[in-house]
Design a protein around this ligand. Structure first.
Ligand SMILES: [Zn+2]
Length: 267
């Protein structure tokens, strides 16, 4: 009861602080509160450390590169403030694994799935934020053709290095604060490697969906591809040009988290 009460209080404080700092929209703050209460409350501080590492590092990177990205931002679906769709897409799978841990307290795969899904979304966020610094244009993950910066499905050396680092940070914490009740069948070094690889794999899957089936729009006024719908930043209505209509950016991020977790648990 004490852990659950503390979890709710900490989650409320952090969600409110992030809302005040404009890292989260109002709906995003409610989503973060829900996830934080589940992860802090049901899991405890060890699980919360990984969530916080993702949340703090990704918000900090978004803030750090806000200016540089300003010119590109219209290409992305949403700005710096994360709303509930983004928050649930990023942390929803991790929350489910904490719920599974509650029902299977001795199973170490819940920790692996939890950490791998956060490694994947952290990898994806770091790649998105730092990939724009790549000196040359990104290339489409499917065809290898150079594409405009910020294009869904474009990958680069910097972006991939950032993805690996983002995944490695979560993986390092995951082996440092692993709950002592889990008897691991493997060495910490191997678990670190598995989690980092899963995170990188999840983020590459995200790029693959972005290059193939994610729904992409076009603004007839600016003649630009965009993830924004129904209206572009200029106020003009956007038209769908490719991808599956229902597969928006949030669902692609959810796919990234799912693939990271599935890959990690299987490995
Ligand atoms: Zn426009």
């Amino acid at each position: 009861m004490l852990q659950y009460s503390l979890g709710i209080i900490f989650a409320a404080i952090i969600a409110f602080a992030a809302y005040r700092a404009h890292s989260l929209s109002r709906s995003g703050a409610w989503g973060a509160f829900l996830e934080g209460a589940i992860i802090f409350g049901l899991g405890g501080w060890r699980w919360a450390v990984l969530l916080l590492a993702f949340f703090i590092s990704s918000s900090a990177l978004t803030r750090l590169f806000a200016k540089r990205k300003a010119a590109l931002d219209e290409k992305f679906d949403k700005g710096g403030q994360r709303d509930i769709g983004q928050v649930l897409a990023n942390g929803g799978i991790a929350s489910i694994f904490v719920g599974l841990h509650f029902f299977f307290p001795a199973a170490s795969w819940t920790w692996v799935g939890f950490a791998a899904s956060l490694a994947a979304v952290n990898a994806d966020t770091w790649a998105t934020e730092l990939g724009v610094l790549n000196p040359t244009l990104p290339r489409l993950i499917t065809s290898g053709k150079p594409v405009e910066r910020g294009t869904s499905g474009g990958i680069s050396l910097y972006g991939t290095a950032a993805a690996t680092s983002g995944a490695a940070l979560i993986s390092l914490l995951a082996i440092l604060v692993i709950p002592p009740t889990f008897s691991l069948f493997t060495s910490p070094a191997l678990l670190f490697f598995i989690l980092t690889l899963s995170g990188l794999f999840g983020s590459l899957f995200d790029s693959f969906l972005g290059a193939t089936v994610q729904t992409i729009y076009h603004c007839p006024h600016c003649d630009k591809e965009t993830e924004k719908h129904p209206v572009h930043t200029c106020g003009t209505q956007t038209v769908q040009v490719r991808g599956w209509k229902w597969l928006n950016n949030d669902l692609v991020n959810l796919g990234c988290a799912v693939m990271g977790a599935v890959f990690g648990v299987l490995l």
